[in-house]
Ligand binder design. Structure first.
Ligand code: HEC
Length: 433
């Protein structure tokens, strides 16, 4: 039986990226891509390599990308094994329809991980090393430090943060889990995601039963970030539909819709004190709100490109913004306008994750260069660099004692380092099933 091609328009992150990531990017990415052709950014993917433009929008049959894959140009791509008819049809339709890039990818300029389960399960020869492992797209350590929530495709795995041993699997998320947030009591966990270009949602899990207690719907695009206001039933969601929403998780009601950003909202975070909410956007700005009356007290305007990550220090005094402009900025938070950051650190590539250690001693961040930087919590004093991750690090978490750092990667692994001895401890594979 042949599978009919999907009737709806091709969505790059949902339909195309899951073909390119496992089959092509093993060779066409990183510092020395095959034939000078890198798929690390959208611009490079379209531009091609030694043989010129890979994608001619509107003209699939004339695009090198397709001509190498269907065997018209030699050597046939991928060199071992071949794409099947459905995959070739998808690539051609994507180019024929104008090679459009959807919001989830365009927002960060990095190819975001949005695998479909079919492409991640190995289907015979020629699959990349990524086959079988679901990307880790979010990490969140439980308030008591004993459970690490790991976001994957439609599931959240609860694992022991030191051994990686599976404690429980939570199911009921709409799509790839983009962000996770624990309630301060550890009784509930919010998992955000959605379908690109269609809808965003948050599943609220009750940990005792492991079941979805409430599903919050209403966003018209993926929810990429979720935060839980300490000691309350309030959560905040940041969506590619350009809005931030505040919700009551007990009633499932939306309390407020904030439309202060001109582009996709990529990160939301509450100060641990609950006093402030910060939001960050592809519009290059971050905003700070006072939670008690909802007043916007500050706009942070120093970045030259999308702000993709936010982190609040455990003492609620500092906010960190990580950007596609290859910088990290550390801001002192106060109840009023904030002019300049306290510190700016420069990276080789766009930022992909940042986090404080729960003991308020350290600040970690990582860019697409995959090298994790460890700084003192002031963001000024460099301590060390950890560089063994095998793919982009999407998320970082330190254990409660501040001794172990855990990184989640796109190729579906958790990497653990001992921060005291500076030694790499182990990597743990996050199984798709
Ligand atoms: C095992 C490594 C490997 C994999 C996997 C691979 N390629 Fe390639 N690719 C190459 C090499 C080597 C060349 C150069 C071929 C030559 O011209 O001799 C190349 C060349 C190309 C080119 C021409 C680029 C230019 O302008 O020079 C395109 C387009 C391309 N590949 C697309 C793909 C696509 C699409 C996939 C996945 C479906 C893929 N490749 C998978 C190794 C790979």
């Amino acid at each position: 039986m042949t599978q009919p091609p999907p009737a709806k328009a091709i969505v790059f992150s949902r339909d195309v990226l899951p073909i390119l990531r496992p089959s092509c990017m093993g060779c066409h990415s990183g510092p020395t891509p095959a034939s000078g052709y890198s798929m690390d950014t959208v611009a490079k993917l379209l531009a091609g390599g030694r043989h010129g433009a890979a994608v001619v929008p509107g003209k699939g049959a004339q695009s090198n990308l397709l001509r190498y894959c269907n065997g018209e140009l030699k050597p046939k791509m991928p060199p071992s094994g071949a794409l099947d008819k459905v995959q070739l049809g998808t690539l051609k339709r994507w180019i024929d329809e104008g090679a459009k890039i959807d919001s989830l990818v365009a927002a960060t300029s990095l190819p975001q991980p949005l695998p479909s389960p079919e492409t991640l399960v190995p289907r015979g020869e020629g699959r990349g090393a990524r086959g079988g492992l679901a990307p880790v797209t979010a990490l969140a350590l439980s308030p008591n430090g004993k459970t690490l929530a790991v976001g994957g495709y439609r599931v959240v795995r609860l694992v022991d943060p030191l051994t990686g041993e599976l404690q429980k699997t939570l199911t009921g998320c709409a799509d790839q889990v983009q962000s996770l947030a624990w309630e301060a009591s550890g009784e509930r966990l919010a998992a955000a995601g959605g379908v690109p270009g269609e809808s965003g949602e948050v599943a609220i899990f009750a940990l005792a039963s492991g079941k979805v207690e409430k599903t919050l719907t209403g966003h018209t695009d993926v929810v990429v970030s979720v935060a839980w206001r300490s000691g309350t039933d309030e959560i905040a969601t940041g969506s590619l539909d350009k809005t931030t929403a505040l919700w009551n998780v007990a009633t499932g009601q939306r309390l407020r819709l904030l439309k202060d950003h001109a582009d996709t909202v990529l990160a939301v975070v509450y100060s641990p004190s609950g006093e402030f909410l910060a939001t960050a956007s592809a519009d290059r700005t971050a905003k700070l709100y006072r939670t008690k009356d909802g007043v916007r007290v500050a706009a942070l305007n120093a970045h030259q490109d999308a702000i993709v990550r936010l982190a609040f220090s455990p003492d609620s005094k500092r906010l960190v913004t990580g950007s596609a402009d290859k910088t990290v900025r550390i801001w002192s938070v106060k109840d009023g306008p904030i002019e300049n950051p306290d510190a700016t650190q420069y990276e080789a590539e766009a930022l992909t994750a940042c986090a404080f250690s729960p003991d308020n001693q350290r600040l970690f961040w990582v860019s697409a260069s995959r090298k994790i930087k460890v700084f003192a919590a002031n963001g000024r004093d460099y301590q060390l660099e950890l560089g063994d991750a095998t793919d982009w690090v999407t998320s970082l978490a330190a254990t409660t004692d501040g001794k172990t750092l855990i990184a989640g990667t796109l190729d579906g692994k958790l990497f653990l380092w001992d921060l005291t001895t500076r030694k790499f401890l182990r990597s743990i594979e996050s199984r798709a099933k």
